[in-house]
Write a protein that binds this ligand. Structure first.
Ligand SMILES: [Zn+2]
Length: 316
């Protein structure tokens, strides 16, 4: 039996991979940057025990624990090299969790973990080469080539969100200007939605959001459905910038499929249709090497599945 843990800035979730590839015994614990890395590791080991208990699996039968963690991860050593949100630097997370759980533990970056989960258990399972683009506060990317995760040297690769698309553009959290995620993240969509609201007090965006603070990633989609021209413009600008980034990605890697994950993927065809319309005519040799563009299917479970799959691969 294998246990997966999805570590985040607000909480950590754990589950056991049961029969028919179902996640069972799901449990959760709050996380906080006030806790030391070792205290957090202890909490994760306890969480794994609780997941096993909830799944009705004796903890002795658990072979390994896989963790998906934010930050730059050295997946060979199981070290969180850098996680700025929690101010972690060179935290030997795998060793700490092993110490408190007595189980072999493996760590992977969370975007990579979600990609591995989708590739093996979700929307990517019929493709050997696929990429998961996760749209949230930033833009994450995980790449599967020939059924295997591609992480780059020391796991530092596939930082799609920090591809510069506008020199001297918006300031990014990474310190550079004009990064892709400054324009293509959900944060960026919300920013443009608010800008449009400020330009036009009569916009239907106000009806959806009620206030500037009330605007979220769905606001523009909802107002566009009601025919609001400003909302349609916000979305078409957003699809163009997101689409252009995906065109670049596909022209470089040429996966068989690109999966879109994150909260925005709940929009389904309202997101995919205009994105395909932007992307397909701009792709290199589309007829020869067609591309599938679809939404991720595992939602918040993708990271747990990927963490488990990584542990299984490493145990073999
Ligand atoms: Zn950046």
């Amino acid at each position: 039996m294998l246990i997966g843990i999805d570590l985040g800035g607000m909480s950590a979730k754990a589950a056991v991979l049961g029969k028919d590839n179902k996640l069972i015994g799901k449990t959760r614990v709050q996380t906080s940057r006030e806790r030391s890395p070792e205290e957090t590791s202890f909490a994760l080991a306890q969480l794994a025990r609780r997941a096993a208990e909830a799944a009705g699996v004796p903890f002795e039968e658990v072979e390994a624990i896989g963790i998906g963690s934010p930050g730059v991860i050295d997946s060979e050593k199981g070290v969180v090299v850098q996680w700025s949100n929690f101010a972690w630097k060179n935290v030997p997370l795998a060793s700490y969790v092993e110490k408190y759980s007595g189980k072999k533990t493996f760590v992977l970056n969370d975007a990579n973990s979600a990609a591995l989960g989708e590739a093996k258990f979700g929307a990517g399972k019929n493709f050997d080469d696929c990429a998961l683009v996760t749209i949230g506060t930033g833009v994450g990317l995980g790449v599967i080539i020939g059924g295997k995760l591609f992480e780059g040297f020391h796991g530092a690769g596939t930082e799609f969100g920090h591809m510069v698309i506008r020199q001297d553009g918006e300031l990014c959290t990474c310190g550079r200007r004009g990064c892709f995620e400054c324009y293509a993240s959900a944060t960026a969509l919300i920013r443009s939605t608010r800008e449009e609201m400020q330009r036009n007090r009569d916009s239907l965006l106000w009806k959806q959001a009620l206030s500037l603070e009330g605007a979220d990633g769905r606001t523009a989609f909802l107002a566009a459905k009601e025919g609001d021209e400003g909302a349609k413009r916000v979305l078409s600008d957003y699809f163009a910038v997101l689409g252009e980034g995906i065109v670049n990605l596909v022209n470089i890697l040429r996966p068989q499929a690109v999966l879109i994950g994150g909260g925005i993927s709940a929009e389904g065809e309202n997101l995919l249709r205009p994105l395909r319309e932007y992307i397909y005519p701009r792709l290199y040799v589309l007829d020869y090497a067609p591309l599938v563009l679809c939404c991720a299917s595992l939602g918040n479970d993708a990271g747990l599945y990927g963490a488990i799959e990584n542990a299984r691969n490493k145990m073999q």
